[in-house]
Write a protein that binds this ligand. Sequence first.
Ligand code: MG
Length: 184
Amino acid sequence: MSGARAGLILDRDGVINVDTGFVHRIEDCRFVPGIFDLLRAARARDFAIVVATNQSGIGRGYFSEADFHRLMEEIGHVVAAQAGTVFDAVYFCPDHPTEGIGVYRRENDWRKPHPGMMRQAIADLGLDPARSWAVGDKMRDLEAAAGAGIANLVLFDEDAASVTRSHGHWVVPKLTDVVALFDR
Ligand SMILES: [Mg+2]
């Protein structure tokens, strides 16, 4: 059974903020050009907007779950101010199967490329996977989404020369290119 609503499921590091490595403080958070336009366009189409992010920096002991939640709250404030919208849900996986410390060292179906976070988002928000979109900067983001049945997959690659489609997913050099794909 599929839900009624379309979703836009975004990776965080490398899609919302520039991935400078285990970002956990707002001072170190630079937003990716075009992200606010993409969020505004998604909201205008009544998409549920979801963040699904591996955060093994927590499991590795680099920062805490509280640090993660604080940064997401601060990112949320910027998104509200700049894009006039909010995240409907945020999912994160703190675990890592080999680098995690203590309870965080474990296999977890939520860790991308596994589909757990995506499946949870679909269930929680009643998303229609066939009309939903996932945007990531790594293939593992797309593999996770595909594993949950999400039909529309986009790899954000700033080095791509143009918008192309290959092996069942789109490749875009700019986040605003995704908006055009929504309306094809
Ligand atoms: Mg990423």
